[in-house]
Design a protein around this ligand. Structure first.
Ligand SMILES: [Ca+2]
Ligand SMILES: [Ca+2]
Length: 235
């Protein structure tokens, strides 16, 4: 009896703690739709023609240049990602999207990056700045090299995340630039850009917690009542 009651309680709690699936407001953030949904100052060259400020949508970094580390996309390992040959101009936008948001709401911004250059060759490392309305909200610092030596070096994805508040805005311009400011080395991959309202990110609002705790207390009282009724019946 008690076990059944607790099973019901656990189910109720998991429902309360797992609201609707987190909605990613970024369109085509995983690049499954190819080169759509975003604007960029980089250019799409013919395949395997590397050059400053070029970009590709690909499922394999090394298929573009034998000088790149081996790397599949971050989403599934076999899907699309954005690969970039860093631009010499630090103001060149890697990726930009205008996103409708609710005012005065906290959003979790996250994205993934991988340096495609090997530590063996060294060279300038990408250093990515995430910006809202042109103002930096996160700097990745220098992206670590792929360990080992190409062609066997394996690229490593690094995740970055920060919380931003929309303030009075109902529309945000999210953009990324590479501040390394050189074409030499400075090659990287970008994937799984996400902007999710914080209360939809598995973190209940204080009000939700209060409801859950109230529910807990009520269930506990019901259990105690039932147990005392059973005890009386036994007597
Ligand atoms: Ca992807
Ligand atoms: Ca380069």
């Amino acid at each position: 009896m008690r076990r059944l009651a607790f099973a019901g309680l656990a189910a109720a709690l998991s429902l309360a703690a797992a609201p609707a699936m987190a909605a990613n407001l970024v369109v085509n953030g995983d690049f499954s739709g190819g080169a759509t949904g975003f604007t960029t100052d980089y250019i799409a060259p013919p395949p395997q023609a590397d050059g400053p400020g070029n970009y590709w949508i690909t499922s394999s970094a090394q298929s573009l240049c034998s000088c790149f580390a081996q790397l599949g996309d971050h989403t599934t390992g076999t899907g699309n990602m954005l690969v970039l040959d860093g631009a010499a101009n630090a103001n060149s936008r890697i990726w930009e999207q205008t996103i409708a948001v609710s005012a005065n709401t906290d959003y979790v911004l996250s994205f993934w990056l991988a340096n495609l250059n090997s530590q063996f060759y060294g060279g300038p490392q990408p250093n990515i700045s995430a910006r809202i309305g042109g103002l930096e909200v996160l700097s990745t610092g220098l992206l670590p090299y792929a360990p080992g030596m190409v062609p066997s070096a394996q690229g490593v994805w690094a995740g970055f995340s920060t919380v931003i508040n929309s303030g009075a805005s109902t529309s945000l311009v999210l953009s990324f630039v590479d501040t390394a400011n050189t074409h030499e080395y400075n090659d990287f991959a970008f994937d799984d850009v996400s902007l999710v309202a914080q209360e939809q990110n598995g973190v209940p609002e204080p009000g939700t917690w209060a409801l859950m705790l109230a529910g807990f207390g009520l269930t506990g009282a019901a259990l105690r009542r039932r147990r005392s009724v059973l005890a009386l019946a036994l007597h």
